[in-house]
Write a protein that binds this ligand. Structure first.
Ligand SMILES: NC(=O)C1=CN([C@@H]2O[C@H](COP(=O)(O)OP(=O)(O)OC[C@H]3O[C@@H](n4cnc5c(N)ncnc54)[C@H](OP(=O)(O)O)[C@@H]3O)[C@@H](O)[C@H]2O)[C@@H](O)CC1
Ligand SMILES: Nc1ncnc2c1ncn2[C@@H]1O[C@H](COP(=O)(O)OP(=O)(O)O)[C@@H](O)[C@H]1O
Ligand SMILES: [K+]
Length: 518
């Protein structure tokens, strides 16, 4: 599934109408019908509905909803919050249809606030068709007062048409007020605001309804963002061959694990094995060798020169070039810490191999301080920052990263020719070609130390198995999120990263069995 901006959606609608010849009213009819169906499916029997329509096309969808609800036996009233003269032609068509059917259509003015409030208090459903993807700037006063009335007085289920009115489609921003919906029924493809805060918090459950945009139209105009789904990387998801041996499934090197942070490399390395890597070697500062070897059983442990304080010695990366080329991927950062000579150390590591490399945690902080290090890389780079690390990389603050997740990740990925995995609820993957993917899997249970280390290991394992980054990264992020969901067997609060680790296998099994079924 694609994830579209308001402009991309307008282009798809327009192309379908003008070049394919499907009239706008047909799309609008299907849109409104889908909303009406979502409502009637939710209720065992018809009740009372109030539909709030603006004079744009979103309002037109509202008139269609009103007609279908009315025909299905609902006591339906429409409030036009706008002017009948300014309606678009398609909206006018369905406004007239409502009137011809004798559906009660009132025009809202400030003097009707009390009457509308009573309707809101007594209706089972409130349909929000005030503003859709065409919103410009802060909501104007008349609509603002209606939105406040809905948020304060609606007792029934609030269903938003396409987007909750007041939410900006491409950013999720709310400039003044926005409808708080229980459900949002959107058309053809999800929009960014369904996933970005604060807008996403206004949507309730999001349903994407088909309105007949031909898939070939979307394919020819290819929106820049997609929702992560196995459809994008299914071809790489394979059962293990009967003839497999450890050498056929790659060898990942995990580098990190300074004193006091061995857990991070242990988690990353073990996650890599659970994600299918044939061999995993963990490289740690010499003094950490024995404690790590006692901690992990299945990974090899490799000691690198120590600075005497449990961190890597400056120059320790120089001695490993030859061995690096026997590996198939590298992950640097879990539990790495900061140390004297880190800049030269990371530069050296990048220069020594053309294997794909995942950079995480303190490796990202070193990069943030010395972005020129990137000039020395030879292979594909994947960066997995959380918002704090992303802020350091982009030279901004966490608030801006959180407000503009889609933009910050995309800019960085394009500018530096790397893949950026900006972690968080709905992790965003920004590819070097400017396209993006938003990940729907995951759970608040994952908001705990150690979850990120697992992701580094899982992506590393898939890269080690020679899956190209364009597939390995989204597959890893998806599997990690699914494992996080599966780990919630009692309450989210008590899940620890080791629980998620145990669910990596079941997550892959689920994807393999879905693959067989579809
Ligand atoms: N054929 C299609 O393309 C299809 C489109 N579909 C549907 O159309 C929706 C997009 O429709 P749209 O483009 O007409 O915009 P829309 O969201 O109704 O808003 C524009 C109206 O709002 C007003 N307005 C703007 N800003 C405002 C503000 N801050 N505060 C107050 N008012 C404001 C502006 O008023 P004006 O400035 O003109 O006075 C204008 O009237 C889309 O979300 C989907 O639901 C589906 O039916 C499928 C087929
Ligand atoms: N609320 C959430 N919903 C979904 N995924 C989450 C949530 N909170 C955290 N995660 C995921 O958990 C991981 C946390 O990684 P990170 O912040 O690096 O933690 P750490 O370094 O402590 O392991 C990321 O993959 C992130 O996407
Ligand atoms: K709306």
């Amino acid at each position: 599934m694609y994830l579209v901006t308001a402009q991309e959606m307008r282009d798809l609608d327009r192309y379908t109408i003008e070049h394919i010849g499907i009239p706008g009213v047909v799309l609008m009819e299907r849109a409104g019908l889908a909303v009406a169906q979502a409502i009637t499916e939710h209720f065992a029997q018809p009740g009372q509905a109030v539909v709030l329509s603006g004079h744009g096309n979103n309002g037109g969808d509202g008139f269609v909803v009103a007609r279908h609800l009315s025909v299905a036996g609902w006591r339906t009233t429409v409030w036009l919050v706008g002017s009948a003269e300014r309606m678009t032609a398609d909206t006018q068509t369905f406004y007239e249809a409502c009137r011809h059917l004798g559906i009660d259509v009132k025009t809202f003015g400030p003097e009707q606030a009390d009457e509308l409030r009573r309707w809101l208090e007594t209706s089972d459903v409130v349909v929000d068709a005030l503003l859709g993807t065409g919103i410009r700037g802060p909501v104007r006063p008349a609509m603002e007062s209606v939105i406040r009335l809905v948020n304060d007085h609606a007792r029934g289920r609030v269903v938003a048409v396409d987007v909750p009115s007041g939410v900006e489609t491409d950013t999720g921003r709310v400039a003044s007020v926005a409808i708080k919906a229980d459900q949002t029924v959107t058309f053809a493809y999800a929009k960014w605001c369904h996933y970005l805060r604060p807008g996403a918090e206004h949507c309730g459950e999001v349903v994407v309804a088909d309105i007949g945009i031909p898939p070939s139209v979307t394919a020819s105009r290819r929106p820049a963002a997609r929702v992560n789904h196995p459809q994008w990387w299914r071809e790489y998801l394979k059962p293990r061959s009967r003839w497999a041996h450890k050498g056929t499934h790659g060898h990942l090197l995990v580098v990190g694990g300074s004193r006091g942070m061995l857990g991070a490399v242990a988690m990353a390395g073990t996650a890599a094995l659970r994600a299918g890597a044939g061999l995993v070697t963990i490289a740690v500062p010499e003094g950490q060798h024995d404690p790590l070897a006692a901690k992990v059983t299945e990974a090899l442990v490799w000691a690198w020169p120590d600075d005497g304080q449990g961190r890597f010695a400056p120059g320790s990366a120089e001695r490993i070039g030859e061995r690096l080329n026997r590996l198939t991927a590298v992950a640097v950062g879990p539990g790495l810490g900061r140390f004297t000579g880190e800049r030269e150390w990371l530069t050296e590591l990048l220069q020594q191999t053309d294997r794909p490399m995942v950079l995480d945690a303190d490796a990202l902080n070193v990069l943030a301080d010395h972005p020129d290090i990137l000039d020395h890389r030879k292979g594909d780079l994947i960066l997995t920052p959380h918002p704090g690390e992303m802020a350091r990389l982009a030279g901004t603050d966490t608030v801006r990263v959180e407000n503009e997740r889609y933009r910050v990740a995309k800019e960085w990925a394009e500018r530096h020719d790397v893949t950026v995995v900006l972690k968080g609820t709905y992790t965003i993957i920004a590819f070097p070609d400017g396209t993006q993917m938003l990940n729907p899997t995951g759970s608040p249970a994952m908001a705990k130390a150690g979850s990120g280390d697992l992701l580094t290991g899982i992506i590393g394992a898939l890269l080690a198995q020679k899956i190209p980054p364009s597939a390995a990264v989204p597959m890893g992020v998806y599997v990690h999120g699914l494992a996080g969901e599966f780990a919630v067997t009692s309450v989210e609060h008590s899940v620890i990263a080791s629980d998620i680790l145990l669910q990596v296998g079941p997550a892959i099994r689920r994807l393999l069995s879905d693959r067989v079924r579809t």
